[in-house]
Write a protein that binds this ligand. Structure first.
Ligand code: NAX
Length: 323
């Protein structure tokens, strides 16, 4: 079995995620899994309840469900690590406060993963601010390769696809070639210059003014719109995106040429090296991704990209003592 460690496993996202991991949707219909859930001590009882429900589903691929509030135990021999739990943003808290509050958690978890997980473990950070939390955790790694530390912008990617599909009146499967650049924050850059609907450029089907204004703004601020409508942040769609990220990293992107993943920059497109930045990534073999290079970016995308680069550089500076 593949061992999958999930933090914040009793939270909203965890409750959507664990059942789908156990059913085989993430790692394929023939791949047995063992789930190792980590929770804060106060939420361990709730996690044990979730574990009981998982048992009660009788999933054929689920070979075990372990629960713990000890990171060293929960990350032990894990092949896949999904860092979902983090400190939520409280009332009046700035993004910079949130980054500082989460820093120590991700230092501790990064150290523990590096010491206890499988030597080639694959990590996705979902807990916000996910790019910089990932940067902090990855900085602790001495054994696990830096390239294995990734953060989630797949929800933003899927949101962009959803908007285009809805507007064009087609299924999401007809959309391809979308990219999210940068940070998982409102500075992200949804890029549809190479996107297609049923194989034709998006600009041939959809109104240019809608694409430039409404589409862009909707994708960037979708998280807030969900909170306003639902009274709670995105959970099932976030779990779905985390599942897609790991699924595609392992099993490939099917007919799509690439997907958006926040991964360590190697300097491509002038992005400062080391930043955890969302790029178009293609999967070349199971658990092997490659940043798609050489794309010709429009002036408009380049201009917007500077904003997200500046934000991520600022976030990195604000935690430089933790790296
Ligand atoms: P919840 O508050 O429902 O659940 C979080 C769980 O994490 C809680 O059960 C809590 O006990 C646990 N937890 C907190 N600190 C922990 C620690 N140090 N170790 C282990 N467990 C810990 O939040 P939920 O809605 O599930 O969201 C989880 C995270 O995902 C948040 O940080 C949220 O901001 C982030 N999101 C990221 C998204 C993305 O696209 N990257 C989108 C969705 C979501 O907003």
């Amino acid at each position: 079995p593949i061992r999958v460690a999930v933090t914040g496993a009793a939270g909203q996202i965890g409750y959507s995620l664990l059942f789908r991991i156990a059913s085989g949707e993430m790692l394929g219909p023939d791949q047995p899994v063992i789930i190792q859930g980590l929770e804060l001590p106060m939420a361990l009882g709730a996690l044990e309840g979730v574990a009981m429900e998982l048992t009660d589903c009788g999933f054929p691929l689920l070979h075990g469900i372990e629960t713990s509030s000890n990171p060293d135990e929960a990350f032990g021999d894990a092949d896949v690590v999904m860092l979902v739990g983090s400190k939520p943003r409280g009332p009046g808290m700035l993004r910079s406060d949130l980054i500082r509050e989460n820093g120590p958690i991700f230092i501790g978890q990064g150290k523990s993963i590096d010491a206890n997980a499988a030597a080639d473990a694959k990590i996705i950070v979902v807990g916000n601010p996910c790019n910089t939390n990932c940067l902090i955790a990855a900085a602790q790694a001495k054994r696990i390769p830096k390239a294995n530390w990734t953060a989630m912008t797949r929800l933003d990617h899927n949101r962009a696809i959803g908007q285009l599909a809805q507007k064009a009146g087609v299924g999401a499967g007809d959309i391809d070639g979308v990219t999210i650049w940068g940070n998982h924050s409102p500075t992200m850059v949804p890029d549809i210059d190479r996107a297609t609907i049923g194989g034709k450029p998006v600009a041939d089907t959809l109104d240019a003014a809608w694409l430039a204004d409404e589409f862009d703004g909707t994708v960037r601020t979708r998280g807030k719109a969900i909170i306003n409508a639902r009274g709670k942040s995105s959970a099932a769609s976030a779990a779905n995106a985390a599942l897609d990220h790991i699924h595609d990293w392992f099993l490939g992107t099917g007919d799509s040429p690439y997907v958006s993943m926040a991964v360590p920059s190697k300097g491509d497109y002038g992005i400062p090296e080391g930043l955890i930045f969302s790029f178009p990534c293609r999967i070349t073999a199971p658990w092997q991704y490659e940043i798609v290079t050489g794309l010709d970016l429009s002036d408009s995308v380049r201009d917007k990209m500077q904003g997200t680069i500046d934000e991520l550089v600022g976030e990195r500076e604000s935690v430089s003592d933790l790296l």
